[in-house]
Design a protein around this ligand. Structure first.
Ligand SMILES: [Zn+2]
Ligand SMILES: [Zn+2]
Length: 439
């Protein structure tokens, strides 16, 4: 525990009022008189033009889909075990590796987050778990503000004022030792700010538990102990297009679909399959990322170079594609037989941090595990409960809120959210790569 005298709070040079960070303005602004003080010395707005979206339009000729990018189909033998071994290897370098490397699929996905982080980056893990707490009296409401020593901007939870430290303003300094993973390379330039407040995130978590009658986890106790944490999670934006041949209870046919502004995870500390369910994100709200100006206690999960995404993409492809095809065509059984995928980074500077509330709790006695992921921008919420002994897990969603678009009418695609095309049944008609959409 440290005393409060090390915290020097920045004050407005005009009126001594409290100043708050305004990241889109790249400046601190006085709450009372509106005086602005630029973040220094970096001017991140210079990068603002560099994140460009260059989606390739679906080509349509005489009402036919032209699909050269998915020309070559491959047989699809989805093997979950293969996926998880790959998933596990991503980012690991140390001690639990040998312990888990030959484990079966499910065990690998279910590595507890603390264990994952400790092995990913032992030094940062130690720093975070042993960091000191600072206290001071809120200049606005006189309640006690509490913050960790690595925080640069403290948030009073009583009156919601934020207080930047004087050092931040002078130097724009953030101790990168607190970032999990590589500290300097590959840091995203962009982030989406948290728009959902913690109180509301808790409300959403309670709601998803009660609606699905998940009663065996002490949720209020977990909140009190700080289990619900805020994370900045790195994604790489890409556009994903896929043609599949499926076998179903209504026969064998081909389906084509596209996912625009979809994110490929660049760190595997959070349950990436769970987090995939809390899309969509509105990327038009992104701001330049500078860790010095983050408000409150947020765990930054760095972009891990060389994360092996193949296994992850295979799993998502299998789950998402079959799920959506089942819904769209009202099928009971769907199996992908062949597929041709085209996913690429169609954006320059496409790395971005997204805000996620995440809670994980294990009940060792019953060998049960709960994970909740909440989209910090929209409140989209997803939970998973895993009973270890039988390997079964159940997923609970607050309902998918990803927009769909019509492949033949791509003009609707002006906003920068994640959107999915409605899957369409197709049949090859004639060269070159022209497909008819079947009813
Ligand atoms: Zn002022
Ligand atoms: Zn206050």
């Amino acid at each position: 525990m440290k005393s409060s005298d090390t915290v020097i709070i920045m004050k407005c040079p005009n009126c001594s009022g409290p100043m708050y960070p305004h990241t889109s303005e790249n400046a601190f602004e006085c709450f009372y008189c509106g005086h602005k003080r630029k973040f220094s010395p970096l001017d991140l707005t210079a990068f603002a033009e560099k994140m460009r979206f260059r989606h390739q339009k679906t080509e349509v000729e005489e009402g036919l889909l032209k699909l050269p990018h998915t020309a070559f189909m491959q047989y699809w033998n989805f093997d979950e075990a293969e996926y998880t071994v790959n998933l596990y290897k991503g980012g690991f370098r140390s001690k639990v590796k040998d312990k888990y490397i030959n484990y079966n699929a499910n065990n690998v996905r279910w590595i507890p987050i603390d264990e994952y982080l400790e092995n990913l980056d032992e030094e940062t893990y130690k720093l975070i778990t042993e960091r000191g707490i600072l206290y001071f009296k809120c200049p606005n409401c006189a309640n006690e503000v509490e913050g960790f020593e690595n925080e640069n901007i403290f948030l009073c939870k009583y009156c919601n004022y934020s207080y930047p430290r004087e050092e931040v303003v002078k130097f724009g300094y953030y101790n990168k030792a607190y970032i999990f993973g590589p500290k300097f390379l590959g840091m995203p330039y962009w982030y989406l700010p948290f728009e959902i407040e913690e109180g509301y995130a808790k409300h959403l978590a309670r709601k998803i538990l009660s609606r699905n009658s998940i009663n065996d986890f002490p949720i209020e106790f977990l909140f009190e102990k700080g289990y619900l944490k805020k994370y900045f999670f790195p994604y790489e934006l890409s556009d994903f297009r896929i043609r599949v041949e499926i076998e179903s209870n209504k026969g064998r046919f081909q389906v084509y679909q596209e996912w625009i502004n979809w994110g490929v995870p660049k760190n595997l500390a959070l349950d990436v399959l769970l987090c995939d369910r809390i899309f969509s994100w509105d990327f038009s709200k992104m701001e330049p990322f500078s860790p010095a100006y983050i408000i409150g206690d947020i765990v930054i999960l760095g972009h891990i170079n060389g994360v092996d995404n193949i296994g992850y993409l295979n799993t998502i492809t299998n789950y998402r594609v079959t799920e959506r095809i089942k819904q769209t065509f009202d099928l009971k059984r769907v199996k992908i037989v062949k597929q041709s995928r085209d996913w690429r980074r169609n954006h320059s500077y496409s790395m971005i941090f997204v805000p996620i509330y995440y809670l994980e709790c294990q009940l060792p006695k019953e060998d049960k595990l709960l994970r909740i992921a909440i989209n910090g921008q929209t409140g989209s919420c997803s939970a998973v409960v895993k009973q270890r002994e039988n390997g079964v897990f159940s997923l609970f969603d607050s309902g998918e809120n990803v927009k769909s678009f019509d492949l033949l009418r791509r003009t609707e695609m002006s906003d920068e959210c994640t959107i999915y095309s409605k899957p369409v049944k197709i049949e090859y008609l004639k060269p070159k790569f022209l497909y008819k959409i079947l009813k």
